[in-house]
Design a binder for this molecule. Structure first.
Ligand SMILES: NC(=O)c1ccc[n+]([C@@H]2O[C@H](COP(=O)([O-])OP(=O)(O)OC[C@H]3O[C@@H](n4cnc5c(N)ncnc54)[C@H](O)[C@@H]3O)[C@@H](O)[C@H]2O)c1
Length: 258
């Protein structure tokens, strides 16, 4: 369990859900981990249970807080090798024609602007020594669905921001790899939030029916569990993927293969 020995990793939105599992998986492989989130209690609880894991309160929409969080990571652990831009929210399901500019900006501020800011300060911290930046997009950054336009736009933006960064890093001679990861349906709060709002607006019949439909629509025959995604994160964080940059790692039980 030492695929990440000697590395320092940063996970935004890591207090719960996929981010917490990513933090645990990278820690198991020997990484020092900085977890950040707006959820302080859960973040502190997670970090306190692991040696060489720290938590810092951090809102990804705030540029000054990004600078402070990256600076604190470098100060605490002596560097930064892996940045996982994971924090995200789902749009409160609304048809496009009824979506307000405020709703649009709320989702894109966290899901897209937050990734840009993380990338900016991550690059500054990594450019001398190199590293791996992993941007968490979604299968919804590849295909569309009903009543989630801001989420799709943000996640699609993350997908192409990743490719632009990969090319730019190479062009500048920085040894920074940048890849995106695209989870399918995994049973965390964000999936439950999406289903609940879709049921409320009448786009889905009921919460149990929605879970059944998503499971049936997934060729692998089950929804994902957080470890399915965290395994991909460990791979992209490690030197095993050193020739990968600008790539999309889709982990979705085959959903987008159809
Ligand atoms: N679960 C899925 O089915 C699924 C599928 C595709 C992509 N994703 C993506 O995976 C990522 C993690 O989602 P999850 O499934 O763990 O959901 P989650 O709701 O359990 O976790 C999201 C985390 O982001 C944090 N967060 C929200 N706004 C923040 C902000 N402004 N600043 C800092 N942190 C903030 C939340 O507090 C929470 O801890 C998200 O980017 C999501 O879009 C999830």
């Amino acid at each position: 369990m030492s695929r990440l020995a000697g590395k320092t990793a940063f996970v935004s939105g890591g207090a719960k859900g996929l981010g917490a599992e990513m933090a645990r998986a990278m820690h198991e492989e020997g990484a020092n981990v900085m977890v950040t989130d707006v959820l302080e209690d859960k973040g502190i609880e997670l970090a306190d249970a692991h040696e060489n894991m720290q938590f810092m309160a951090h809102d990804v929409t705030d540029e000054a807080q990004w600078q402070a969080a990256i600076d604190a990571t470098v100060k605490t652990f002596g560097g930064l090798d892996v940045l996982v831009n994971n924090a995200g929210i789902v749009h409160d399901s609304t048809p496009l024609e009824d979506t307000t500019l405020e709703q649009w900006r709320h989702v894109t501020a966290i899901d897209l602007d937050g990734v840009f800011l993380g990338a900016k300060y991550g690059v500054r911290a990594m450019k001398e020594k190199g590293g791996s930046i992993i941007n968490v997009s979604s299968i919804y950054g590849i295909v569309g669905s009903v009543a989630q336009a801001p989420y799709h736009a943000a996640k699609g933006g993350v997908r192409l921001l990743t490719k632009a960064m990969a090319v730019e890093m190479g062009g500048l001679g920085y040894k920074i790899r940048v890849n995106s990861i695209h989870p399918g349906f995994v049973g965390t709060d964000i999936l439950r939030d999406g289903i609940r709002s879709a049921v409320e607006m009448g786009a889905m019949d009921g919460e149990n029916e929605a879970i059944e439909a998503l499971t049936l629509g997934t060729p692998a025959g089950r929804l994902g569990v957080p470890r399915d995604i965290a395994n991909g994160i460990v791979f992209l964080a490690s030197d095993e993927s050193e020739w990968m940059t600008g790539a999309e790692l889709v982990i979705d039980g085959g959903f987008t293969a159809q």
